[in-house]
Design a protein around this ligand. Structure first.
Ligand code: PRP
Length: 204
């Protein structure tokens, strides 16, 4: 039986809708249960950022996770299919009408995506200090904790309501179906069949 790690939240909900379509029945996790068996598969409900870890170490054969998380963690997993949902952008955000002051010797950037942030500014030869946060990133520049943020924008509402604007887009992200490297070779036929079913259900 193949085990698939699904993320809690927006991507997880869309994935359950996708699998409901594939298996032709509605299914969801029961109350606080974290394991669900359905249609010959076992589903694990995990935090978005933890999906690559479950897949990398083989606790799950497959997983669904945002490209932003994959790029941030550089986990050695096989990227099987861009599922197309969970679309968002990773952006540099600044307070409205206060663009980045590149004259400063070092800029303070608040983010939960420390690696993407370091890589982005290193490429531009801009010196930064990363201020690592775990949520409500948009608050940081408003209270002087940072000069700017690197964060996810989906609808843009959070930035707008906090008087922030997109300074530049770093990358586009969406949900990917990924596999453990060994599992991919061991269960290639099964995994590729599931990949096909996903692509067909999404009409990719
Ligand atoms: C994410 C992200 C932004 C928000 C963007 O946060 O960090 O805060 O969503 O969405 P929007 O453009 O549609 O407003 P999340 O909801 O994951 O919560 P967090 O702040 O705890 O990370």
């Amino acid at each position: 039986m193949l085990t698939i790690a699904l993320p809690k939240g927006r991507i997880g909900e869309d994935t359950l809708i996708l699998f409901s379509k594939i298996f032709n029945t509605n299914f969801s996790f029961n109350d606080r249960k974290l394991i669900l068996e359905h249609g010959g598969f076992r589903f694990l409900l995990v935090r978005n950022q933890d999906v690559p870890t479950y897949v990398q170490y083989g606790a799950a054969n497959l997983g669904v996770v945002g490209l932003d998380i994959l790029e941030e963690g550089k986990a050695p997993v096989v990227r099987l299919l861009n599922l197309g949902f969970g679309k968002c952008k990773v952006v540099v955000g600044t307070e409205c009408l206060k663009p980045l002051d590149l004259q400063k010797p070092r800029l303070k950037i608040a983010t939960k995506l420390a690696n993407i942030t370091k890589h982005h500014f290193a490429k531009k030869a801009i010196a930064i200090d990363v201020i690592k946060l775990y949520g409500s990133i948009e608050l940081a520049p408003l209270v002087g904790l940072s000069d700017a943020i690197v964060d996810i924008v989906e609808t843009g509402t959070t930035m707008k309501q906090n008087n922030l604007e997109v300074y530049e887009v770093i990358m586009d992200s969406s949900a990917y179906l990924v596999a453990n490297k060994n599992s991919f070779f061991e269960y290639k036929d099964e995994i590729l069949a599931l990949r096909e079913k996903c692509a067909k259900a999404l009409a990719l």
